[in-house]
Design a protein around this ligand. Structure first.
Ligand code: NAP
Length: 288
């Protein structure tokens, strides 16, 4: 298929690469051109604007940071959308915005799916992402063969915005599990244990989690290179706080993790991976 891929960052680049390797024709656009250019070695064409990338596309993917970024990209591609073009946003954004974008794209007789993902950079590279999809079911069925190249568990959640609401449910569990993993590693060290041995001992038991097993080794090594940026988790917590308010849902642990992530930002960790939360807890404990 003719595919446009907008946003070739940590997640977008390996996802677009999987579609190229499956034999699709991909035209990539990224704000910083060099990051899209890296896909040229895999056969991608590189566009100068989102509209240029989308002009001949049957399917347009977006994978950019935040709600205003997706809205800006949709503004830019709207003039070139044709009847039947499928726009699939895989970023994590506000559910209400996804609903508005679906309407906007429908005015062009094109289709919009909100299809945010979970599984991080390893899932993007290996094609094992969890994908939660909102929009028209018929559009979902058309998208399915492409989504199968990117993810392992792909679930149709219902109408526009329901993919994003599901992602927020995912993110409250992620954020609280991250905090749990960080506290576990801190106590392991303060309790005089070898934290790597602790991970080996408990990782496959009831305490095991994606956060503990994937980020635990990085916490031990103080390797804060980003898979998922602190800045982007703060964005997700902002969306979660909005959702909690709109639905009158008490999420007490969300307040705690939000405060700790603000501390991480204040301490200069925005461009680090989420495992850098360990540095905040270590500082609270008076440890290095
Ligand atoms: P990232 O590495 O920061 O990549 C975002 C890309 O979007 C960058 O290449 C950036 O360009 C581009 N961009 C930013 N603003 C733009 C705009 N206004 N118009 C066009 N392009 C723009 O972020 P990521 O980790 O890939 O995350 C992308 C999305 O996936 C986010 O919504 C995030 O919450 C979600 N997500 C991430 C993970 C993860 O583990 N990383 C997991 C699940 C979901 P530049 O190169 O110029 O900065």
């Amino acid at each position: 298929m003719q595919i446009a891929w907008i946003g070739t960052g940590i997640m977008g680049a390996p996802m677009a690469r999987r579609l190229l390797r499956a034999g699709h024709q991909v035209t990539a656009f990224n704000r910083t051109r060099a990051r899209a250019q890296a896909l040229a070695a895999d056969g991608a064409a590189v566009a100068d604007s989102p509209a240029q990338a989308a002009r001949a596309a049957e399917v347009v993917f977006t994978m950019v940071p935040d709600t205003p970024d997706v809205e800006q990209v949709v503004d830019q591609i709207a003039p070139v959308l044709k009847q039947g073009t499928l726009v699939i946003d895989m970023s994590t954004i506000a559910p209400a915005s996804a609903r508005r974008l679906a309407q906007r794209v429908a005015e062009k007789k094109a289709d919009f799916l909100d299809a945010p993902v979970s599984g991080g950079e390893p899932g993007a590279i290996e094609g094992t992402l969890t994908i939660m999809v909102g929009g028209e079911r018929e559009a979902f069925e058309r998208a399915r063969p492409l989504l199968d190249q990117l993810g392992q568990r792909i679930t149709y959640m219902g109408g526009a915005g329901s993919g994003q609401m599901t992602k927020l449910v995912n993110q409250i569990a992620v954020a609280v599990n991250l905090e749990a993993a960080v506290e576990a590693m801190l106590l392991a060290t303060r309790g005089g244990l070898d934290p790597a041995l602790v991970l080996e001992a408990i990782g496959a038991g009831a305490a095991g989690s994606w956060q503990l097993n994937n980020l635990g080794p990085k916490i031990i090594a103080r390797d804060y290179r980003p898979g998922f940026l602190i800045k982007l988790l703060r964005k997700d917590l902002r969306l979660l706080n909005e959702a909690a308010r709109e639905t009158t849902t008490p999420l007490p642990a969300l307040s705690l993790v939000t405060a700790l992530l603000e501390a991480a930002s204040a301490q200069g960790h925005d461009a680090d991976g989420t495992q850098a939360l360990a540095a905040v807890l270590a500082a609270m404990a008076g440890a290095r």
